[in-house]
Design a protein around this ligand. Structure first.
Ligand SMILES: [Zn+2]
Length: 278
């Protein structure tokens, strides 16, 4: 198994074509029946998907994954890495009150064991995007599914007859974010009241005076966090210093402050865009 981890950790920056498959782990969305990326087939080929402003997007049409883009199916070689990532992700979602990745209709997550073949590249070099030693793959095949006990595993099995559906308890550890029941509805919301903007995060309300947003540096940082480019860290820190620490000084941990910065920036940016299009 150590050899497999080494293979995940040594994928060269510009990518490589695999001689033999990699076996790894990823999570998958489900509605309790269908598995999001495998509704037609247990094998998938990656396509480059568009993002609003495209992190490092090198060209309009390229084979996915591309080492200077963010596309490809993400797979890690180590369940501990996946566990750490999902714990951070679950806390982030709890603070924000919204999981932006969650597809419409999805009610939960399962852990999947997958096989990777073909062309691979390493993680996107930006700590906001991928856990360490992620491999981004162009060809993915589903081998096994581990679903928590609250899901009807027989129902998932009937919809996905080619793969074994196992209890999550068969894996050596639990996974934060998989929860004991269906995911809650999003809480994140925004509304304007006179010269104050009320943003309801998962952690509770943040009342932002509109005067705070009139500083062009703050407005620019909010836009940068909501539409990430290459240097997102500077924008995140500005939103933390100039908004989060002012309106919610009780949020103590840096990771929680970051999550609050994202929730605030997403909603403010959405409100600004909808005001512009009116
Ligand atoms: Zn791409």
């Amino acid at each position: 198994m150590t050899d497999m981890l080494t293979r995940f950790r040594t994928v060269p920056k510009a990518g490589t074509t695999l001689d033999t498959p990699l076996i790894g782990w990823r999570y998958e969305w489900t509605d309790g029946q269908r598995l999001w990326n495998y509704s037609d087939d247990t094998a998938r080929a990656a396509l480059c998907y568009r993002r609003p402003s495209g992190i490092n997007r090198p060209s309009r049409n390229h084979q996915a994954p591309h080492h200077r883009c963010v596309c490809g199916f993400r797979v890690v070689g180590d369940l501990d890495v996946l566990h750490t990532y999902m714990a951070r992700r679950a806390r982030f979602t709890e603070v924000v009150g919204l999981d932006r990745e969650r597809p419409e209709g999805a009610t939960g997550l399962v852990i999947t064991k997958v096989e990777v073949t073909g062309y691979v590249t390493p993680a996107v070099p930006n700590r906001q995007v991928d856990p360490p030693f992620t491999v981004r793959a162009d060809h993915l095949r589903l081998l096994k599914v581990y679903a928590p006990d609250w899901m009807d595993r027989d129902r998932i099995a009937r919809a996905n007859p080619e793969v074994p559906i196992k209890p999550l308890g068969e894996l050596p550890r639990g996974f934060p974010g998989l929860k004991s029941g269906p995911l809650p509805e999003p809480e994140l919301s925004i509304s304007q009241h006179g010269d104050e903007i009320r943003i309801v995060l998962g952690l509770g309300p943040a009342i932002v005076p509109t005067a705070l947003l009139q500083d062009p540096d703050v407005a620019w940082a909010v836009h940068g966090v909501a539409n990430p480019g290459r240097s997102i860290d500077a924008d995140v820190n500005t939103v933390i210093d100039r908004i989060v620490n002012v309106v919610r000084p009780d949020i103590a941990f840096k990771a929680d402050q970051e999550a609050a910065a994202f929730g605030i920036a997403w909603t403010l940016d959405m409100m600004a865009n909808s005001a512009e299009s009116k």
